[in-house]
Design a protein. Structure first.
Length: 183
């Protein structure tokens, strides 16, 4: 992307805050914000969490939050999925229990917007110790063990799962975004 996705600006609101507002609508007991240690963000109703090991990808943030949560389940939302809604995340929460829930669309598990049970932590640690640190591998193992279940998603809702990995992804949305120049 050339800059932190969290600092993309949408109509005056940084993308990280845009996502935090969605998560806040779920009225969580705890709200975690997984950030790189060198990044500076304002304090708020959230607790900052940092990966225990650098450069391990999104599973590092998941592990850090799972270690700190007091709840049985943890809802995740990636900063680069701005089309995801609080209503959909609430729907996933309703489907959770006793297993976590991950959206499944056309054979792909969307682990960046899912509900994880805290009891998945040993599988996350195992994944971080291995060579495949993908959500896909973690979720396949969690499904096999019964810790997670998949929720088939209608193709008509695929727009919720768009994520931005390049400036071209952002341009395709037709929404003007700007990189924030302040920290």
């Amino acid at each position: 992307m050339g800059a932190s996705k969290a600092l993309l600006d949408r109509d005056g609101t940084p993308l990280w805050r845009f996502q935090m507002e969605k998560l806040s609508q779920l009225r969580p007991d705890q709200l975690f914000f997984s950030v790189q240690p060198r990044m500076a963000f304002p304090s708020g109703a959230w607790m900052f969490v940092h990966d225990r090991s650098p450069d391990v990808g999104p599973l590092g943030g998941l592990e850090a939050a799972l270690r700190l949560t007091r709840a049985d389940f943890l809802v995740t939302l990636a900063v680069d999925m701005p089309s995801m809604t609080a209503e959909f995340l609430s729907f996933l929460l309703e489907k959770a229990g006793p297993a976590g829930v991950v959206p499944l669309l056309e054979g792909f598990y969307y682990g960046a917007a899912a509900v994880y049970p805290v009891k998945i932590l040993p599988l996350v640690e195992q994944a971080l110790a291995g060579n495949d640190r993908s959500f896909q591998q973690l979720i396949r193992e969690a499904l096999q063990s019964g810790i997670m279940k998949a929720q088939e998603i209608e193709p008509a809702t695929s727009g919720l799962f768009e994520n931005w990995n390049s400036p071209e992804d952002v341009k395709r949305t037709g929404i003007r975004f700007f990189t924030a120049l302040h920290g």
